[in-house]
Write a protein of this length. Structure first.
Length: 265
């Protein structure tokens, strides 16, 4: 009887303890799932914010990054680019290009004589040396190429009067006997190829040595879908305000694939 009495006293107490354990487990379980739900809810939000940030980056944002990397005064550069300070200059050079019959980029006027396309250095050398009177005629291995280019309207011996001003980016010898005026589009892949493959040799052999004057004008071909080309041209001109036009020119061209497909603004 004593044993039965003890069991009857213990059993209710055990039930009470078990109840607390089960209740605690239920409460703990609920708290755990609430915490898990909170973490899961916050994770997509963070990922969404990151995705949103990536999607909203624009070409202008990239140009501002390049300005920072070049050590420009960021506030001055940003203000210049955001205000559209050089939009009218870009529009004016586009108008000049149209009046001169320029329809593609890159296009060059070498002492007023039109050369179209990202031609190899050998072609530039043949034309420049003749203009500089280093040679009296084109080399035999280039002469046939020059003839075919004339037939295809890629080169002309007829000089045109190309308007230039002190606002145009220029490098080289201001008093040189030969002037190259390039019309370019910063979003044009052929222009980028020229800047990477050919311009460095022209720089080395003709610009740095003071043999030629080199002037650049912009003709953004928005009709071809180059929506970011106008702002790229403006960014380079804003860098010109701080004495780093050609550094920004090179950076924009060599990084063309980074910004060309981004939103405009």
């Amino acid at each position: 009887m004593e044993k039965s009495k003890t069991q009857s006293n213990v059993t209710p107490f055990a039930i009470i303890i078990a109840g607390f354990i089960i209740a605690g487990a239920i409460v703990g379980k609920d708290s755990f799932y609430k915490l898990l739900d909170k973490k899961q809810a916050s994770k997509p939000a963070a990922e969404s914010a990151q995705t949103s940030e990536t999607k909203t980056q624009t070409a202008v944002d990239k140009f501002k990054e390049y300005a920072k990397g070049l050590g420009l005064n960021q506030n001055n550069f940003d203000s210049c680019l955001d205000s559209g300070k050089y939009k009218s200059q870009v529009d004016e050079t586009t108008k000049q290009a149209n009046e001169l019959g320029v329809s593609g980029t890159p296009s060059f006027f070498i002492n007023g004589k039109l050369l179209v396309g990202a031609q190899p250095f050998t072609v530039f050398k043949a034309i420049l040396d003749k203009e500089l009177k280093i040679t009296t005629d084109y080399p035999a291995d280039i002469k046939e190429t020059i003839t075919k280019m004339k037939e295809a309207a890629y080169f002309s011996d007829i000089a045109k009067n190309v308007p230039v001003s002190g606002d145009d980016p220029m490098k080289g010898n201001a008093n040189a006997l030969v002037t190259i005026v390039e019309f370019t589009d910063y979003q044009c892949p052929y222009c980028a190829n020229y800047v990477i493959d050919t311009l460095p040799q022209i720089q080395k052999d003709y610009i740095t040595t003071g043999k030629i004057k080199y002037i650049l004008k912009n003709i953004p071909l928005t009709s071809l879908g180059h929506k970011n080309a106008p702002k790229a041209a403006e960014a380079a001109l804003c860098a010109k305000d701080q004495g780093k036009y050609w550094e920004m020119h090179d950076k924009i061209f060599t990084s063309q694939q980074e910004w060309s497909s981004l939103a405009s603004n």
